[in-house]
Design a protein around this ligand. Structure first.
Ligand code: GDP
Ligand code: MN
Length: 396
C-alpha cells in the first residue's frame, strides 16, 4: 500500500528525520493561508498523488508570491496529473502540500528496499540525487552505494556512518546523515514498510540534512498490525477496479486487455494470462477466486470483472482441488442470469465434481461455451472475442 508524501514525511519525522515545515491545502485559498502560516518568501506547492516524477509533470512548483501559489494550486487541484509512473489515465490531485522552500546545496538519493534474494533490507544511496534511481544507475553507475543490513542486529550506527562517509559528505554532516539513515531504517522496520525512498535528501545552503521528498510503501499483509497506517489508505489513488474487487475480498490486478479472467489459484491465473496472450488475446485482469469458492463468490468475481468497461469476453478457468466444479458452475449460472451477461463466455472446469459441474452448465440452456483444456479455453475465448470485435466493427 502506498501513502502520500506528506504522510510519509510525518511518519519519518517521528523517527528523527528532518523535514521542511508544511501544511495541507484542499483549495487555493487554503494554500495561500498556509503560506502566511509558514511565513517566509518562497514556498513549494506539491500535488499529493501516489506517484513520483511529479516535478516533471508540473506537480511540484516553487512559488515566490502568494499569487503564484494561488495559480499553482488552482492549476493542480482537480487535475488528473499524468507522470511517467501513473499511466496515461493519470492520478487525481485532491490535495496539496505547501512547504517552506528549501535552499538546496546538494541532492542525494537514499532508498531502502527489501531484497528478496538476499532476504534483507538493502540501502541504496547516491551522491547524484534528484534523478530517478534508474537514471542514476544508467548515467552514474559508479556513484551507487549499496549496503546490506543484517536483520539479526538491524542497522548499526557505524554502518549508517559508513554510508554517510561514502556519500562524500562534509564531516560536520556525518552525524546528522547517520541519524537520518537510522531513522528511515527504524521506520521501515517498525511499520513493516517494504520501501522507503528519500529523493532528494538534500544538504541545504545552511548545511542541514533535510528529506525534501519521501515515498513509502507498506506490506499489505502486515497492515493488520498497524491500524494507524492502514488508516492512511487513499482509495482515490488506487485503480478503481482493484478497490472494487479488493473490497469484495478478491485478489484482483487490473490489466489493459479486453478478456476478463476468473481463475482459481495465483499460479493458474498467471498461466491463464500467458495462454490468452499466446492465443493472440490480451487479458483485462488477473483474478484469483481462491479455494472453496461459493456461488456467491463467483458472482462477486463476475461483478468485479465486468466493472471494467473494457472487458469484451470472459474466461473462467477452474482446476478444482479444494474447490468444487458444481459450485463454480452454480456461480457462473447465477452470474449470467443475475447480471444478464451478453458477452461471450468460455468456461473450463477440471477436477472435483467436474461431471456435475459440466452437466449444470449444459442443462442451464444458457449460451456458455465450455472447454476441457486450458489451451482450448484460451483459443475459444480469443476466437469468441474476435468475433464480437468484428461484429462491432461491422455494426459501426
Ligand atoms: P517528484 O518529482 O515527485 O520526485 O517530487 P520532488 O518532491 O522530489 O520534487 C521534484 C524536484 O523539485 C526535486 O528533486 C527538487 O529538485 C525540486 N524541489 C522540491 N522542493 C524544493 C525546494 O524546497 N527547493 C528547491 N530549490 N527545489 C525543490
Ligand atoms: Mn522525488
Amino acid at each position: 500500500m502506498d501513502i502520500h508524501e506528506f504522510q510519509a514525511k510525518e511518519l519519518l519525522s517521528g523517527f528523527g528525520v528532518n523535514i521542511p515545515r508544511g501544511g495541507i491545502a484542499y483549495s487555493p485559498e487554503q494554500a495561500v493561508y498556509r503560506c502566511s502560516e509558514l511565513s517566509g518568501k518562497s514556498w513549494v506547492v506539491k500535488a499529493q498523488i501516489h506517484s513520483g516524477a511529479r516535478g516533471k509533470a508540473g506537480g511540484v512548483r516553487i512559488c515566490k508570491s502568494e499569487e503564484e501559489v494561488w495559480d499553482a494550486a488552482s492549476w493542480m487541484l482537480g487535475r488528473k496529473l499524468v507522470t511517467h509512473q501513473t499511466g496515461p489515465q493519470g492520478k487525481l490531485v485532491g490535495r496539496l502540500y505547501i512547504e517552506e522552500a528549501t535552499d538546496i546545496a546538494q541532492e542525494i538519493y537514499l532508498g531502502f528496499v527489501m531484497d528478496r534474494k538476499l532476504e534483507r533490507v538493502v540501502v541504496v544511496a547516491s551522491a547524484q540525487g534528484g534523478m530517478e534511481i534508474e537514471e542514476i544507475s544508467e548515467s552514474e553507475p559508479d556513484s551507487i552505494i549499496r549496503s546490506v543490513v543484517d536483520p539479526a542486529v538491524g542497522m548499526q550506527n557505524f554502518q549508517a556512518r559508513e554510508i554517510a562517509f561514502s556519500l562524500g559528505l562534509d564531516p560536520a554532516l556525518i552525524n546528522q546523515a547517520a541519524k537520518t539513515i537510522m531513522g528511515c531504517y527504524r521506520m521501515m522496520w517498525e511499520t513493516d514498510a517494504n520501501m522507503v525512498e528519500i529523493n532528494p535528501l538534500v544538504v541545504t545552503a545552511s548545511n542541514e540534512i533535510v528529506a525534501l521528498d519521501a515515498k513509502v510503501s507498506f506490506d499489505e499483509n502486515a497492515l493488520f498490525r498497524h491500524p494507524h497506517i492502514s488508516e492512511l489508505r487513499d482509495k482515490s489513488q488506487e485503480d478503481p477496479r482493484e478497490t472494487y474487487a479488493g473490497d469484495r475480498g478478491l485478489n484482483y490486478i487490473g490489466l489493459d486487455g479486453k478478456i476478463g479472467c476468473i481463475v482459481n489459484g495465483a499460479g493458474l491465473a498467471m498461466a491463464t494470462l500467458d495462454m490468452i496472450k499466446m492465443a493472440g488475446g490480451e487479458p483485462a485482469n488477473f483474478l484469483d477466486v481462491g479455494g472453496g469458492a461459493s456461488p456467491e463468490r463467483v458472482l462477486q468475481s463476475f461483478k468485479s470483472v465486468l466493472n471494467d468497461p473494457n472487458v469484451e469476453a470472459i474466461l473462467v478457468n477452474i482446476f478444482a482441488g479444494i474447490n468444487r466444479c458444481d459450485w463454480i458452475a452454480e456461480g457462473v449460472i447465477l452470474a449470467v442470469k443475475e447480471l444478464d451477461l451478453k458477452l461471450p463466455l468460455v468456461v473450463r472446469l477440471s477436477g472435483t465434481n467436474v461431471d456435475e459441474g459440466m452437466k449444470l452448465l449444459a442443462d442451464s440452456g444458457l449460451d456458455i461455451e465450455t472447454a476441457s483444456s486450458l489451451a482450448e479455453a484460451a483459443d475459444k475465448v480469443v476466437a469468441a472475442w474476435r468475433a464480437t470485435d468484428s461484429a462491432y466493427a461491422e455494426a459501426s
